[in-house]
Design a protein around this ligand. Structure first.
Ligand SMILES: [Zn+2]
Length: 439
């Protein structure tokens, strides 16, 4: 960036609005939301019937949820002008279609962000709704519609695909349980370092049958070109891939592997919390207060966070949490190691250590160890195939930026592992740009 030149600050381009039509004319920044007041750049006052200019009737306001800035939802308040042609008795409004569909609650920038957040960054619909500052149903409907619109508009999306990722998302919470959608993405551009993942398809449900049916509908020449299928721990996807794509390699991607360890850590913390206090975590309980810092990658910890962990692990009855935390951190450290051969060996050793000798009381680590051992081949396959990850690892680990919101602050850069907060102490904390939005 030595030769970078700077333009004058300009909210319209900063907010990505130059292609969408509105021009920012004002701002209202609050702690929980930013509102940009806009007007439509092009005055559209010519009557389509007679060609004369219409009479302005003032403006009406339209709110559009836009791509959030950091953790703060950003709303566009567009002042849309109304016109009337008296001779033709005709009313119309400024043309806002470049910025949003008629009656849509999200701008096109907001929609694109939401879809990327779901497909690439694995944000839940609730997090997407929070990011946009809209209701869950609004976010859900918008993402579903936009996903299908993009699919229909890109019939060539299946061309040149060699690496696919398959993943399940909770789509809708109902009184009868959650509904799922299976999302299939093209990871080839990620592996080849030429672009982000692309959405291939979204199929209702999550089961072996869903994915197997989808694969069987592809042309054999397409299936033969698939080299790698990245997936989560759901064994149905693994079986479906093995049956329909026998020559492809299954890779269990880091995002889901680390999530399993993170879940084990949370479950252990809750169990110990319950055992010590006899109730769920309250504000003020040390374990509950540490629930986020436990998930933070080692070298991202601030001095204060280290102190909190030290204090937490000084208590003998927190030892099981400390051990589980150590496994979680060891896993992240291995994934973060740029030397893939060493990383693979470290990870293999970790899996082996969890296969035998985990005390029976550590039920979460035992369960984790069983899963990792069952899928060891698929987990270790990742280290031989860089870039074949379904999750936001590429976005955060390698491009190093972006709004993750998924608690992935621990993924950046590499540093030596630390197995206990009470022993070897303190590197230089690198707070990292993706840190702010962890939940
Ligand atoms: Zn007219």
């Amino acid at each position: 960036m030595l030769n970078a030149t700077f333009g004058a600050p300009d909210l319209t381009t900063f907010a990505g609005l130059e292609a969408l039509g509105p021009i920012v004319t004002g701002q209202r920044i609050a702690a929980d939301r930013a509102v940009l007041e806009c007007r439509v750049a092009v005055i559209d006052d010519v009557c389509r019937d007679c060609g004369d200019r219409g009479r302005s009737l003032g403006t009406q306001s339209r709110y559009l949820a836009h791509e959030p800035f950091g953790c703060r939802p950003m709303t566009l308040l567009v002042r849309v002008r109304r016109y009337r042609c008296d001779p033709c008795d005709r009313f119309w409004l400024d043309d806002l279609r470049a910025a949003a569909d008629p009656r849509a609650k999200l701008s096109r920038g907001g929609l694109a962000w939401a879809l990327r957040a779901l497909v690439v960054d694995h944000l839940s619909v609730s997090r997407i709704a929070a990011g946009l500052g809209v209701a869950w149903n609004t976010a859900n409907d918008a993402v579903l519609t936009e996903g299908h619109r993009q699919l229909i508009n890109d019939p060539a999306r299946f061309d040149g695909v060699a690496v696919i990722g398959v993943d399940e998302h909770v789509w809708r919470h109902t009184r009868f349980g959650d509904k799922y959608v299976t999302v299939i993405i093209d990871l080839t551009p990620v592996r080849d370092r030429v672009g982000p993942a692309r959405l291939l398809d979204m199929v209702p449900g999550r089961s072996k049958a869903v994915f197997k049916t989808w694969l069987s509908e592809r042309h054999p020449s397409w299936s033969q070109r698939i080299e790698v299928v990245a997936m989560d721990s759901f064994s149905g996807f693994k079986t479906a891939a093995a049956e329909e794509l026998p020559t492809a390699t299954a890779v269990m991607d880091p995002f889901h592997v680390v999530k399993l360890a993170g879940d084990a850590l949370d479950q252990c913390r809750r169990r110990i919390q319950q055992a010590i206090h006899g109730h769920r975590g309250h504000a003020g309980d040390p374990l509950y207060m540490s629930r986020r810092v436990l998930h933070t990658g080692l070298e991202l910890l601030t001095d204060r966070q280290w102190d909190r962990l030290d204090a937490l692990f000084d208590a003998d009855d927190h030892a099981e949490v400390e051990v589980t935390w150590g496994v979680y951190q060891r896993m992240i450290t291995a994934y973060r190691n740029p030397n893939r051969a060493i990383a693979k060996a470290d990870f293999a050793a970790l899996i082996e250590s969890l296969r035998t000798g985990v005390p029976a009381t550590l039920v979460e680590l035992r369960r984790l160890g069983r899963t990792l051992n069952n899928r060891a081949h698929d987990i270790l396959a990742f280290f031989d195939r860089p870039g074949t990850s379904n999750g936001p690892t590429e976005a955060i680990c390698e491009s190093g930026g972006g709004w993750s919101g998924t608690g992935w602050s621990g993924w950046k850069s590499g540093q030596t592992p630390r197995m206990s907060a009470a022993s070897s102490r303190r590197g230089t904390p690198d707070r990292g740009s993706g840190l702010a939005c962890t939940s």
